[in-house]
Design a protein around this ligand. Structure first.
Ligand code: SIN
Length: 334
């Protein structure tokens, strides 16, 4: 059993946002369910029999499917976590979250929180009541991680499928399997079960301050997915609705038809930053490989996929970072 500095069992703040981990189904073998249907209190009630050695302090923030995650919930989460980090009685924070956008929330928090006490996001691929439901196990694993003093100094973590991922690397890579998450490009940071936790390396970010200020709002940034045979009209449409930046989810190494690249180059000239990322899961998007980033004025997304590239670009612009080489340096760091 882990004990905190005061010799008691760990006290963990549990921020509930919904998702499949808070979903239930009437039929153990049926396919349909609604994410976020269960309240945090009833979800934690189901944990009572697990004999978790942690004191859980529930705080519902939202009860949504994470496809509806956005500014209001992010703002509430950030404020709660910052408060918890300064509160000596709290040893760590758990965030229950839908899996669809967990990587975006984790990375947004990673960019804007000090790498202080453990912050652990957890979700489920199967709702409560479904045969083989993974929510309770993932939650028990997340409690183990958040209770471990070695979880601090790593930034926000995501626990799914007996695996612990760093926010920067984690991606949902499958629609429905319980091992849907992968770490790109560095892989997972630990393996966990309700009774064991094995870190693959030490915490490297202890004492690190937040990289960026928490903003008052986030700018509109769109992801444009490239497809064979497309024309440049979608770029014009995005500019016409006032997008402040565009992330290209490009083919291969972040490529697109020439007419689209040309239109994106015109967007850059008009002051709208363009980041090239890839619609494929693995591999980096480097500068000037197939696309002449220098000539077009593009930023290469490097290891960040489109969803996280959008988050980083939003945070950069909201923090007044608009110089292209500074944006590229931020993407090089990931
Ligand atoms: C959601 O992201 O809220 C639904 C899917 C899930 O949690 O697995």
């Amino acid at each position: 059993m882990s004990t905190n500095l005061n010799g008691g069992i760990p006290r963990l703040l549990v921020l509930g946002t919904g998702g499949t981990i808070a979903g239930s189904t009437a039929s153990a073998t049926g396919g349909s369910y609604a994410a976020g249907g269960l309240s945090l209190t009833s979800m934690l009630g189901d944990l009572a029999g697990l004999e978790l050695s942690a004191d859980l302090i529930p705080k519902p923030i939202a009860q949504i499917g994470s496809q509806d995650m956005g500014w209001d919930v992010w703002d509430a989460l950030h404020k709660e976590i910052v408060a918890a980090q300064s509160y000596p009685e709290i040893d760590g924070v758990l965030v229950t979250h839908g899996t669809d956008t967990a990587e975006e929330t984790a990375y947004l928090l990673d960019l804007t929180l000090a790498a202080d006490k453990p912050v652990v996001l957890v979700g489920a691929m199967r709702p409560a009541g479904a045969v083989g439901a993974d929510g309770m196990r993932n939650f028990a694993n997340a409690v183990r991680v958040a209770s471990d003093p070695d979880a601090s100094g790593r930034g926000p973590l995501l626990v799914m499928g007996d695996t612990v991922f760093a926010a920067k690397d984690v991606r949902k890579a499958a629609t429905s399997s319980i091992d849907a998450f992968k770490g790109y490009p560095r892989g997972p940071v630990a393996r966990v079960t309700p009774s064991n936790l094995d870190w693959f390396g030490g915490a490297t970010r202890k004492g690190e301050f937040a990289r960026y200020q928490w903003p008052e709002a986030l700018p509109r940034i769109a992801i444009l997915t490239a497809g064979a045979g497309m024309d440049a009209k979608p770029v014009e449409a995005l500019l016409s609705i006032g997008c402040k930046g565009i992330v290209l989810a490009g083919m291969g190494q972040g490529n697109a038809p020439k007419c689209v690249l040309d239109a994106l180059g015109e967007a850059v000239k008009s002051g709208v930053p363009v980041v090239r990322s890839a619609r494929v899961d693995e591999g980096l998007v480097d500068r000037n490989v197939e696309v002449d980033d220098d000539a077009y004025g593009f930023v290469a997304g490097r290891a960040l996929g489109p969803a996280k590239a959008r988050i980083l670009l939003m945070v950069l612009l909201a923090n007044g970072v608009s110089d292209r080489s500074e944006i590229q340096a931020a993407f090089d760091r990931g």
